[in-house]
Every structure is written in structure tokens, then in C-alpha cells.
Design a protein around this ligand. Structure first.
Ligand code: PEP
Ligand code: MN
Length: 365
């Protein structure tokens, strides 16, 4: 059973609900707070033998908004009130919610300081303060470039600070990567923030999920598994929340099947509204790892743009996308990287599609 209090509930009201819940035998009581940009939603979760607990025992208490019995698996990330806004969260000056689309354009893999500087200068010129930068790359072959690892973090973070980048999405594949990122940010006096990315190859690495869940310093960008069901991916994502970290964005990135050819993966952005309905997490789409190539449609737009459009028109509020100043020289995923000249076009394209989304859903900005 979940008892949801009114936004920004008074601590006295919360305490009364907890006291009453604790009177029921065989029930353990947990308090959860969801901190959005402007409101804090408090939920009291009753776990155990709740069948005998009547909902009216709480419905009349002051400050209680709703009492629901939940049978659903995604207790923390799940959406229990259909019409409710996705509260989202705020990190390092950036709001992650459904009120806007955040564009995380950047290098799939950090290679040289010069390329990184060029990338960041292009982001700054386009008015962007968020990026993706891979330092730890999980590659299919052990002989492929594995990323520069912690060696690049000092100059990467310094360049980010110089270019006004507030948040970098960066994949981690091992718990010790968090320590390396934390140490490098501390040494540089936190010129930027980092969003930890869980890649599709680690969607069910439960120990890693628990580790990123046990800290609340960094938010998490969680990618769906490429070869498992959406339900399995959502259950895996719940691990992060269940360990205490609620600052999560769920990312769709295509699924592995030859039926998607000639694209690298079968684009799964039809699941954007599904994830928005089943969870209260902001949803990200990754068109680069879905499409995997730079072909142009007859209208002149890359397939990648069209797929961004599919995600944004369906309500995605974040786009993660590979760019490179010289895609032919990229050490990882060059064939899917967009050149910097396309960045302002993409910004404009996303703004137009987002306006269409707002018009068709009559959603106020
Ligand atoms: C990436 O974003 O760099 C990446 C490796 O993506 P995925 O885990 O979706 O393959
Ligand atoms: Mn990649």
C-alpha cells in the first residue's frame, strides 16, 4: 500500500501517517521522498501483510492525497497515479523533467583534447550546457579502443568548466569508476556534474545497479537491455531506486534483432509512451545506438534525425546523441556520429518537434 501526501507536506502530517501505519502488525513502514524541481512528494510505503489494512484508516488524515494498493512490481519507479506529473529532479543547475527536452550531444568516446575542445565549443555556440562523453567504453572486441578511462578526466572536466557544460553523461562499467570520477571532480573543484550512464550491456549487472543506487551524489541514465523484455529492464531499473537513488532517467536505445536491418538495432521508440505510462521517470532516447549509421532520407535529413523526431513527438524529454568533429577519425562508433555542422540544425529540429508535441498534447510549457 502506498500513501501519497500532498506536495510539500508538513512534517507533522507525515509523522501522523507513520504512527498510524506502525500500529498494524506484520507491516513495515518506509518513508520515501521524491524531490522535483519545485515540489517534494512524500510517500509512505506499507510492506508486508497489508491485506487487512483498510485504506480509510489513512484517507481522512490531514495532508493525505491518495491511498493506493499496489500490486505492481515497480514500487518506486512505477506510476501509481495516472494523471500525475513526472516530478523529475534537478542536478547541477539542470532540471530533468517533462517540461523540456534536454539534448546530450557529444563524443561517444573521448579521444583527444583537441576533438573534445572542438565538440564543447560547438555545444557552447549552440547554447547547450549538457553533453555525453565516454571515458570507459565497453567494447565487443578486446582489441578495440577501450576508452581513455580516468586519464582523461582531469582535462575533460576542465574543458567542460571552460565551456559552461553543467552535466556530462558518462558510462560506468565498474564500481571503481565512481571513485575515479568523484576524485577527479574533487581535484578540479567540481567545474561540471556527471550523470552516470548504465549501458545496455550492464542493464542486469545487479551489483553495479546497487552500487549506483547506494549513492545520491550522481543521477543515473539507465539504458534498457538490448536483448531482454521491457519489463525485465524496468525491474532492473527498480534496483537503483530501491537502494535509495531516485534521480533516474530511463533511456531507450533500440533492441537487437536482425529485423531492424539495415539499422544497427530495431528502433523501439514506440515504447516512449509505455515507459511514461508505467513509470514516473523522464524518458530519454538514443537515436545513435538505435540507427547506427549516417544515411540520409530523400528529404535530406539523416535517419537519425527522423528517429529523434519519433522519440520527441512521443514525449521523450532527453536525447542522447553521438557527434564528432571528424567522424571518420573517431575511435568508436564513427559511422553513426553526426558532424558538428549538424548541431544547430538538430537543436532547431528538436525545438520544432517539441512544439508539435506540445500542440498535440496541449501540454503547457
Ligand atoms: C553509449 O551510449 O556509448 C553506449 C555504449 O550505448 P549502449 O549501452 O546503448 O550500447
Ligand atoms: Mn557508442
Amino acid at each position: 500500500m502506498i500513501i501519497t501526501l500532498e506536495p510539500n507536506a508538513a512534517s507533522g502530517d507525515v509523522a501522523i501517517v507513520i504512527q498510524r501505519a506502525e500500529r498494524f502488525p506484520g507491516v513495515s513502514v518506509q518513508k520515501h521522498e521524491f524531490r522535483g524541481a519545485s515540489t517534494v512528494i512524500t510517500e509512505i510505503h506499507l510492506i508486508g501483510s497489508t491485506a487487512q489494512v483498510p485504506t480509510h484508516a489513512f484517507e481522512s488524515l490531514p495532508g493525505v492525497r491518495k491511498v493506493v494498493r499496489v500490486s505492481m512490481k515497480y514500487r518506486l519507479i512505477g506510476r501509481h497515479h495516472p494523471g500525475e506529473e513526472t516530478a523529475g529532479f534537478s542536478y547541477h543547475g539542470v532540471n530533468f523533467d517533462e517540461q523540456r527536452v534536454l539534448l546530450f550531444a557529444g563524443l561517444c568516446a573521448v579521444d583527444t583534447p583537441e576533438h573534445t575542445r572542438e565538440m564543447m565549443a560547438a555545444l557552447k555556440a549552440a547554447g547547450l550546457t549538457t553533453t555525453r562523453m565516454g571515458a570507459y567504453k565497453p567494447r565487443t572486441s578486446p582489441y578495440d579502443f577501450q576508452g581513455l578511462g580516468k586519464a582523461c578526466l582531469p582535462w575533460l572536466f576542465e574543458l567542460a568548466g571552460e565551456h559552461g557544460i553543467q552535466v556530462i553523461a558518462m558510462e560506468v562499467t565498474d564500481a571503481r569508476h565512481l571513485d575515479e570520477i568523484r576524485a577527479a571532480l574533487d581535484a578540479a573543484s567540481h567545474p561540471t556534474g556527471v550523470m552516470l550512464q548504465i549501458g545496455t550491456r550492464n542493464t542486469q549487472n545487479f551489483e553495479l545497479l546497487k552500487h549506483v543506487g547506494q549513492q545520491q551524489e550522481f543521477p543515473v541514465l539507465f539504458k534498457r537491455g538490448m536483448g531482454i523484455t521491457l519489463e525485465e529492464s524496468l525491474n532492473a531499473c527498480e534496483y537503483i531506486a530501491s537502494e535509495g537513488n531516485r534521480n533516474i532517467v530511463f533511456c531507450l536505445r533500440g533492441v537487437k534483432t536482425h529485423l531492424g536491418e539495415p539499422h544497427r538495432n530495431l528502433v523501439d521508440f514506440a515504447h516512449v509512451p509505455v515507459v511514461r505510462r508505467q513509470t514516473r521517470l523522464p524518458v530519454c532516447v538514443d537515436p545513435s545506438h538505435s540507427v547506427g549509421r549516417m544515411d540520409l532520407a530523400p528529404d535530406g535529413l539523416p535517419d537519425i534525425f527522423h528517429v529523434v523526431g519519433q522519440g520527441v513527438i512521443a514525449g521523450a524529454s532527453m536525447v542522447l546523441i553521438d557527434f564528432h568533429p571528424r567522424p571518420e577519425a573517431a575511435l568508436c562508433d564513427g559511422p553513426q556520429a553526426l558532424s558538428l555542422a549538424r548541431l544547430p540544425h538538430l537543436v532547431e529540429y528538436i525545438a520544432k518537434v517539441r512544439r508539435a508535441f506540445e500542440a498535440v498534447t496541449q501540454k503547457a510549457t
